[in-house]
Ligand binder design. Structure first.
Ligand code: NAD
Ligand code: GDD
Length: 325
């Protein structure tokens, strides 16, 4: 039976990845500071602990793994990474996890690891025009990410590739572009725009107001979780080390995102634009490289993913309301 280690298995992408690997017949060990908050883990073995502790990283790599996915990080949406309040924690926590896990895996002769970098590592100066952002992989340098979160990702992707060169590892690096879906953070300050907009629309009355950070003309693309897992697994099992974008090319403004969600909800809402953390003006995945190297790119529409996500978030809100009554 093939074996996999998923670091960050209590989180959004890690939790879904565990389910996918179980469906493929893997024996899976999940590791996180916490159990998944929304569903029972399907991991065969789930270890709660802190990957900033090097001894803990050595303990959880005490057996042979065919695949290792490193998804643990101190992360969140614009409301978490662009306020500046968490910069030191984000850099220290995530870099320490990556340094520890690489060291532990290399010493245990793990063949290779998957690492989840982010589109936040791309330079701000190429993402100023909301209609024409440039996120081609070769536009990364000269580096100028707009957040410390992005700088840590850039450092860590270089670290994984340095282990390939110096220690003969087969690490793989993906640059995720805003992943969304059911069982993602949807409240509390770390949620990203798709979940935040679904929550706000679900909580609004018909013809009610929905608060949006900025003027809503900033652009993004959003990738549904199932597509993200497909890209992740294909890259991990390929001969291509990356870094490569794993994202959607269906770019929308945040105003269009609100329109889509309110249409799904069957509500008319009034957008109230307020100041808030904004991040880059425009961002879109560039999928030429992943198409060339893996012969694959995502195909599901933003709307189809939002339908499932809205339905799940609406259900969370209703069950919280019932529990509070
Ligand atoms: P998430 O926050 O839901 O999951 C990350 C998990 O890491 C959390 O469950 C957290 O508890 C765990 N973790 C943090 N510090 C830890 C520690 N010291 N020890 C053990 N576990 C620890 O985030 P996610 O959306 O699932 O993202 C997974 C990865 O993908 C992260 O590396 C993130 O930076 C990257 N990424 C995600 C997106 C996205 O849109 N979701 C975009 C770009 C990159
Ligand atoms: N989160 C959030 N909540 N964003 C909002 C809201 C809101 O209520 N209203 C408007 N926005 C706007 C933000 O101001 C930002 O301009 C845009 O929606 C997208 O915000 P996020 O989805 O939170 O983050 P991001 O796209 O800037 O960055 C995310 O994607 C990266 C990868 O592409 C983050 O999740 C990063 O952690 C991730 O690496």
């Amino acid at each position: 039976m093939p074996t996999a280690l998923v670091c960050g298995a209590g989180g959004f992408i890690g939790g879904h990845l565990v389910k996918r690997l179980k469906r493929e017949g893997f024996w899976v060990r999940g590791v996180d500071l916490k159990f998944p908050p929304f569903a029972e883990t399907e991991a065969d073995d789930f270890v709660v602990g802190d990957l900033r502790d090097q001894n803990f990283c050595r303990q959880i790599t005490d057996r042979k793994f065919d695949e290792v996915y490193q998804l643990a990080a101190d992360m969140g949406g614009a409301g978490y990474i662009f306020t500046g309040e968490h910069d030191a924690d984000v850099m220290h926590n995530s870099a320490t996890i990556n340094l520890n896990m690489l060291d532990a895996c290399q010493k245990r002769n793990v063949r290779g690891m998957f690492y989840s970098s982010s589109a936040c590592m791309y330079p701000e100066h190429n993402q100023k025009d909301p209609d024409n952002p440039n996120c081609a992989e070769d536009s990364a340098y000269p580096a100028a990410p707009d957040s410390e979160y992005g700088w840590e990702k850039l450092f860590s992707e270089r670290l994984y590739l340095a282990y390939n060169r110096n220690h003969g590892m087969r690490n793989r690096v993906a640059r995720y572009h805003n992943i969304f879906g059911p069982e993602g953070t949807w409240e509390g300050g770390k949620e990203k725009a798709p979940a935040a907009v679904c929550r706000k629309v679900a909580q609004a009355s018909n013809h009610g107001e929905v608060e949006i950070w900025g003027d809503g003309t900033q652009t993004r693309s959003f990738l549904y979780i199932d597509e993200c897992l497909e890209g992740t697994i294909r890259l991990t099992r390929s001969e291509f080390e990356g870094p490569v974008n794993v994202g959607s090319e269906e770019m929308v403004t945040i105003n269009q995102l609100v329109d889509l969600v309110s249409d799904i909800a069957g509500k008319k809402v009034i957008k109230k634009h307020i100041p808030g953390p904004l991040g880059v003006r425009g961002r879109n995945s560039d999928n030429r490289l992943i198409g060339q190297k893996l012969g694959w790119k995502p195909s599901a529409t933003l709307r189809s993913g939002l339908e499932k996500t809205y339905e799940w978030i609406d259900r969370q809100i209703r069950s919280n309301t019932r529990a509070a009554a």
